[in-house]
Design a protein around this ligand. Sequence first.
Ligand SMILES: NC(=O)C1=CN([C@@H]2O[C@H](COP(=O)(O)OP(=O)(O)OC[C@H]3O[C@@H](n4cnc5c(N)ncnc54)[C@H](OP(=O)(O)O)[C@@H]3O)[C@@H](O)[C@H]2O)C=CC1
Ligand SMILES: O=C(O)[C@@H]1CCC=N1
Length: 287
Amino acid sequence: MSNTPLSSASQAIVFYGAGSMAEAIARGLIASSAAKSEQIAMFNRSNTERLKQLEANYGVVTAADAETQNELLSKAEIIVLAMKPKDAGAAIRRLTPLIQGNQLIVSIIAGLSIPTIQSLLGDKLPVARTMPNTSSTIGLGATGISFSEEVTPELRSRTLSIFEAVGMVSVIPEAQMEILTGVSGSGPAYVYYMMEAMIAAGIEGGLSPEQARELTVQTVLGAASMMKQTGEKPADLRKAITSPNGSTQAALEVLDQYRFTEAVKSAVHRSASRSQEMGAAIEAELA
Ligand SMILES: NC(=O)C1=CN([C@@H]2O[C@H](COP(=O)(O)OP(=O)(O)OC[C@H]3O[C@@H](n4cnc5c(N)ncnc54)[C@H](OP(=O)(O)O)[C@@H]3O)[C@@H](O)[C@H]2O)C=CC1
Ligand SMILES: O=C(O)[C@@H]1CCC=N1
């Protein structure tokens, strides 16, 4: 692992958890020059091979031993909580004695609330609760952020610059974080699910797998770009495709028979309520 002397290179941003979201954000930070690789540190629980890979690919600092990890956490300016909700309780317990009182805690953990973080790590600690999505990997993420009142304007703009490096950001009240999770945190999965079905139907109808994939990708990319570039309502764009008594109308009637709108809306709301449940489980574990 990295031999960077910590006393001379206090890492500005420490990712506590080195999984796919931590990698996506770190990569975006480096690519956009929002942070230098030597200002970014990350570690995980046990996967040292992955740490070596992250170091080789991005030049970030990593740490495999507990002592160095603790030193990284206590010296960090910004600590990003980037483990799965089921692992958050144990990780936060370990972090509690390492908090110096002036670090910014940035959580990307679904459901974990600002009051829960503050009750464990310090009532007056600045906290940013965020919900990014996987499209951050290619700089097209959508991230919701809520700040605790202790976050200074300078720390706010630091946090914004982290997530703006990987896409667009929406600052929202914390009460809206669950529904944002349902819309944009989980959202890419619903789109992929629909794409899987479109590709399967295309193949059933005789397209090659490559053709079906390419046509589906271009269709979703084009539809999203049309909406973004024209600023038109999706309903109007849909109506422009739907010729009276044509094939699109026939297709949409089938979707209506399967209660498409109700299914998607219920899915978004279920993601939101599941996020709340995961937050409550972390809170119960730490109580
Ligand atoms: N994936 C997504 O679409 C999104 C995920 N999120 C949130 O991001 C968080 C991370 O998700 P994701 O990146 O997908 O998860 P991953 O499973 O890819 O990564 C989790 C990381 O956390 C590490 N970890 C777990 N426990 C500890 C611990 N005690 N100490 C140090 N490291 C630990 C794991 O290490 P090891 O491998 O060694 O166990 C691993 O590196 C989740 O809370 C999720 O809710 C938010 C938005 C979107
Ligand atoms: O499924 C999850 O719990 C996380 C949160 C949003 C996307 N992935």
